[in-house]
Structure formats: structure tokens, C-alpha cells
Design a binder for this molecule. Structure first.
Ligand SMILES: Cc1cc2nc3c(=O)[nH]c(=O)nc-3n(C[C@H](O)[C@H](O)[C@H](O)COP(=O)(O)OP(=O)(O)OC[C@H]3O[C@@H](n4cnc5c(N)ncnc54)[C@H](O)[C@@H]3O)c2cc1C
Length: 569
């Protein structure tokens, strides 16, 4: 079996450009697992089923924390068997997570950064925005968005996992049966060399929208399917449109239906065309029909190479709980969102990052098993929110006849003239880091994501929040701001050696004198501002997923309480 990576000469361009056959992707070899060589059933602390973007992010996050796991994937490559660009747009929070996992530089080098989005109706530009000008995006080390084909990220994750070790990636390993009892779970795995059983303490279902685990566990869900149909054309041009996200609510060149236009890596443009309700998939993706559609948009003289074409319908679905016994649902197995606003893959990445540090804390003995329940609290809240937001977009883009259609018509015509109506034009609310309002492990001031902002180490060397998180190595990070009374410093010192999984650092503003051994300079107050409202000489408690657990005043019982709460104690 051939093994290849994106670094191989064959894949310097990521895929071979062959019209009609899609992308050519790396192939990973099947390696006989110990269960087959030793002919016995082995027990593992964590078994991840599915090596898509979500399962691989979880595997990489565990590897980054030195936690052992087995990942089973039925395929021998990344992407959807080479068939599609699929997710293309990655948000700042995902990029911050990828930075922590060590693959951000590769993504930034390969992908396309964009911040300007323009929305059109007919031939009028209804409005435009530049995300760089928005304060919520401006402080992080990572940009607002990078566009890159999903399979590149998956491939980079595979290579990073191989580099970090700890995780056994098993390709061509399809889980075909599952059962669980109070002591462990058993999975039956089918491979080219035979079938074997594997036991697990924790099973993470990352096997995507067709997961068999829903039926195996009996989890219940709420699901909706509509008649909206789309067709993707991934294309290359001999001219270069501007590197901006263009969305047409009503495109005159697409029979007044919606169109999205985005640039991805390798100079490939992703054009999504909304089709007639219930359109015939075979017809709308026929090459001559696609070419005619492209010609209507770009003109006869522009030479277009078709990289890949794919029709799609979508549904949205949310489980009623993200945990059934030993099984945790992440990514598309937890929820499926309508494909607007880049919420599918990005929220899967966030699911993985949320679960990874909790599993690590429990397996290292830093936290009680109860901490794992907070995965459901936090990510179920996020899943419901993301399903709701993307359903609203779907209704704007494919309104029902009557009041929904009248609302959309009024909004579009008002938005051309009046700024107030622009916020009602809903071509997709871009994914953001969800806030955990109902979390049992966050305090009143916590539950928000802290941006990966910059600061300076003692001798002026630049650092960023992710450096501190890496340094904390799966422990909670306590930032104390400004001068501290002697008693507080003593308590901080005691906390550091108490055996609690915390790391403490003093954050100093300009002119302030260091008192603690571990300290840094926050001359621009970026770190302090990123933590929300921190009282003078107060503290911020940050989790390994970059979320704020709480803030408070004075190194006292409230801080100890917040540490205990964050660990599910
Ligand atoms: C047209 C389109 C556009 C999109 N655009 C975006 C976007 O811009 N940004 C974004 O964030 N998201 C986007 N998404 C959504 C995104 O692609 C999905 O949300 C994402 O792929 C989900 O990842 P996952 O890892 O949960 O599941 P999947 O990617 O489906 O991965 C599941 C994995 O499990 C494996 N598997 C399945 N069954 C088994 C089994 N029984 N045993 C072992 N292995 C198994 C499969 O081989 C696969 O590798 C888009 C989706 C579509 C369709």
C-alpha cells in the first residue's frame, strides 16, 4: 500500500487537477493492529471512531496533551473519498485551536485570508463589511477567516498526530457493531485482514452524519429536511476575481436565486449555486449544464476549468443529549447544521477542543469523571444555537410563500437604502466561538472564549495566550493582574505547589514591578481586555480550550472555588 502526504512531490499542489474525477488525496496504509497480531481483545482509555476534521482534531488535541487514544476510520484517506472541497471557511476560533495544535502556519501558508464580504441583490451591492475593522476580530494572532479545502486541514492533522505520537491511527478500520455495559464498551472492527473486538472506557463518535451510533445507543434527536437544493462548482479561471466573499441573495445570472463565491487554496474558486426546489441532482451537475451556468455568470470569454462539481441537499438535526453512557457525540454526529455561515466543521473543531482537555484532565487524575458531563452542557447549548441560527438563514434563502417571502422582499429593498435593514439580510451568520451561558463549570463572568492575544515575556520577546496554554499543559491557567498584596502572592505560591492542576502567572502593565517568579508584560492591555472585565489587581481563570472560567478580585477563596468548579468538583 502506498503512503503519501501533502509534502510528497505528487501532492505539491494538494491534488492532481483532473477534470471530473475530483481531488487526488494522500493514502494512508493499513497496519495490522495488536488485537489481530496477538489475537486478543485489548482495552483502551479512549477510542475515537471517525477520522474526519472533528475526530482528527480531537486525536491531535489528545496527542498534544500526551494522552493515548486509538482512532478508527473506515477509509484510507482524508476528505470524502476525494470527492469534494466540503468545508472551506475556517473561523478565528478554529484557527486559534489549530495554532495550539501546531498546524496553523501550514494552513495560513496554503489557505486564503479574507476579511471583505460583499452582498448583492440583482446588480446592486446591498452592503459590504470588512471584518478587520470589527473589534471582536482585531486582537487575535489569527485572522478572522482562512479559506482552505477541508481535506488539507485533515491531512495536516494526520501528519501532526504522526509527529506527536500517542495516538494510534488505524485506517481501513470500520466499526460495524457496538455494545456497552457499566464497565466498558466493545466495538467490532472490520479490516482488510479480518475482524476484531476492541474495548474502550470512552468512545467518541466522530463518524459523521451517517453514524451508526445513533441507532446503537438509541439517542433521540430532532431533525428537519427541506426542499432547498444547491450545486457546487469548484473552478479555476484564467482571470482572478477579487479575494472577497461575494454573496448574491438574488443573482440575475442564476434565475434570481442565491450564489456564493469564495476563493480557496490553489487558486480554486468555490461557487455555490442555489437551484430550484427539489431540482434533479443528476441534471444540475451535468457538465454542459454547469458550464452554461458558469458562462452566464462570468461571460463566454473567460476560460474556466472545472475541478469538481457536486449537487447537495441538506438537513439540520440536533441530538437531545451529546452523551449516551460511554459514548460522546462530536461534530456531525452531535448536530447537523444547514451549510450557511461555516458552522459545521468549525463547531466540530470546537466540540473536539472542548472534550479533549476534559478527557485529559480525567485520565490524568486532575479532575473527577463528573467533569465530562460539562461537555454535554456546553456543547449541547452550542449545538442548539448553531442549528437555530442556520435554520433562520435557510428560511431567508428559501422563504416559504406568504409572510416569509414578503419579509425577505421588504428587507432587500430597504437594505439598499437604509443601514438598519442590512442586519436583517441573512446570507449566513458566520460562525463564532459559542458562549456557554448554562455551563455548570463556569462562573458568572466566564463562559466566553478568550482571543489568542499577544503580550511580551520578561525580556521583550513576544508571546501569545496559546503559549501560556501550552505551558500550562492541560492545567488551568491563573492570570493575576497588577500589583498583589504579599498575602495574595503567598497564597498564589501555595496554589502552585498544592497539587491542584493550575499554573499561575502575574500580568503586569507598563511600569509595574514583577513580584511573582512567572510574569509577563501586557503593555497594551490586550490580555486584560480579552478576559473581559477584570477588577483592578484581580484574576482571570482560563481553561485549556481558551475559555474563560471566571474572573474575580483578590487571590482568595473565590479563586479556589472557581478552580474546583472548573474541574467539576
Ligand atoms: C457543501 C458543504 C459545505 C460546507 N462548508 C463548510 C464550511 O465552509 N466550513 C465548515 O466549517 N463546515 C462546512 N461544511 C460542514 C463540514 O464539512 C462538516 O460539518 C464536517 O465535515 C463534519 O466533520 P466530522 O468529522 O464530524 O464528520 P465527517 O467529515 O463526515 O467525518 C466522518 C469520518 O468518519 C468515518 N466513518 C464513518 N463511519 C465509520 C465507521 N462505521 N467506522 C469507522 N469510520 C467511519 C468516515 O470515513 C469519515 O472520515 C460543509 C459541508 C458541506 C456538505
Amino acid at each position: 500500500m502506498k503512503t503519501s502526504t501533502f509534502q510528497d512531490v505528487q501532492f505539491t499542489n494538494g491534488y492532481e487537477f483532473t477534470q471530473g474525477t475530483g481531488y487526488t488525496l494522500p493514502e494512508y496504509p493499513f497496519v495490522t493492529p495488536p488485537e489481530l497480531t496477538q489475537n486478543k481483545t485489548l482495552r483502551h482509555a479512549v477510542v475515537i471512531v471517525g477520522g474526519g476534521i472533528t475526530g482528527l482534531t480531537l486525536a491531535c488535541a489528545l496527542a498534544n496533551l500526551g494522552i493515548k487514544a486509538v482512532l478508527l476510520d473506515e477509509d484510507n484517506t482524508v476528505g470524502v473519498k476525494g470527492a469534494s472541497s466540503r468545508g472551506i471557511c475556517y473561523t478565528q476560533k478554529s484557527l486559534e485551536i489549530f495554532h495550539k495544535l501546531g498546524i496553523f502556519d501550514r494552513i495560513a501558508k496554503k489557505g486564503i485570508q479574507w476579511s471583505v464580504g460583499r452582498t448583492f441583490a440583482g446588480s446592486d451591492e446591498v452592503y459590504n463589511l470588512d471584518l478587520k475593522q470589527q473589534s471582536n476580530f482585531s486582537l487575535s494572532e489569527q485572522p478572522a477567516f482562512i479559506n482552505i479545502q477541508q481535506f488539507y486541514i485533515e491531512g495536516f492533522l494526520v501528519e501532526q498526530i504522526q509527529k506527536l505520537g500517542h495516538v494510534d491511527l488505524r485506517w481501513q478500520s470500520r466499526v460495524k457493531a457496538f455494545k456497552q455495559n457499566t464497565n466498558f464498551a466493545t466495538l467490532t472492527v472490520e479490516t482488510p485482514e479480518g475482524t476484531y473486538d476492541i474495548q474502550a472506557d470512552h468512545v467518541i463518535d466522530a463518524s459523521g452524519s451517517h453514524t451508526p451510533f445513533h441507532a446503537w445507543t438509541g439517542v433521540t434527536m430532532e431533525s428537519k429536511k427541506g426542499d432547498d437544493r444547491w450545486c457546487i462548482a469548484d473552478v479555476k479561471f484564467d482571470t482572478r476575481p477579487p479575494t472577497e466573499r461575494h454573496t448574491w441573495i438574488e443573482a440575475p445570472f442564476n434565475e434570481n436565486r442565491a450564489v456564493w463565491q469564495h476563493l480557496m487554496a490553489d487558486d480554486v474558486w468555490r461557487i455555490d449555486y442555489q437551484m430550484e426546489p427539489n431540482a434533479d441532482a443528476a441534471y444540475i451537475s451535468r457538465e454542459d449544464v454547469v458550464r452554461e451556468r458558469l458562462e452566464r455568470q462570468f461571460g463566454k470569454d473567460v476560460k474556466v476549468d472545472i475541478v469538481w462539481v457536486g449537487p447537495y441537499a441538506y438537513k439540520s438535526q440536533c441530538l437531545n443529549t451529546l452523551r449516551m453512557g460511554r459514548v460522546f457525540f462530536i461534530g456531525d454526529t452531535a448536530k447537523i447544521v444547514n451549510p450557511f455561515g461555516a458552522r459545521g466543521g468549525n463547531t466540530g473543531v470546537a466540540d473536539a477542543d472542548n472534550l479533549a482537555w476534559k478527557l485529559a484532565a480525567v485520565l490524568r487524575g486532575h479532575a473527577d469523571e463528573a467533569l465530562l458531563e460539562s461537555y454535554n452542557d456546553e456543547r449541547h447549548e452550542a449545538a442548539k444555537e448553531n442549528v437555530k441560527v442556520t435554520r433562520r438563514t435557510a428560511r431567508f434563502l428559501r422563504p416559504a410563500d406568504g409572510i416569509e417571502r414578503a419579509f425577505r422582499k421588504a428587507t432587500i429593498s430597504l437594505a439598499k437604502q437604509y443601514p438598519f435593514a442590512r442586519s436583517l439580510v441573512n446570507t449566513g451568520r458566520m460562525a463564532v466561538a459559542n458562549t456557554y451561558r448554562g455551563s455548570r463549570i463556569c462562573g458568572d463572568n466566564g463562559g466566553t472564549s478568550v482571543q489568542n492575544v499577544r503580550f511580551q515575556w520578561r525580556k521583550g520577546k513576544p508571546g501569545c495566550l496559546n503559549d501560556l496554554i501550552q505551558w500550562a499543559d492541560g492545567r488551568l491557567l491563573i492570570l493575576v493582574f497588577g500589583p498583589q498584596p504579599k498575602a495574595a502572592l503567598k497564597r498564589l505560591q501555595e496554589l502552585s505547589v498544592s497539587g491542584l492542576p493550575v499554573r499561575c502567572v502575574q500580568v503586569l502593565a507598563k511600569g509595574q514591578v514583577a513580584q511573582a517568579r512567572e510574569h509577563l508584560l501586557d503593555t497594551q492591555h490586550h490580555l486584560q481586555n480579552a478576559c473581559g472585565t477584570v477588577p483592578a489587581s484581580g484574576w482571570a481563570l482560563i481553561r485549556p480550550d481558551g475559555y474563560l472560567a471566571d474572573t474575580g478580585k483578590g487571590v482568595n477563596g473565590a479563586l479556589i472555588g472557581a478552580v474546583a468548579t472548573s474541574l467539576g468538583l
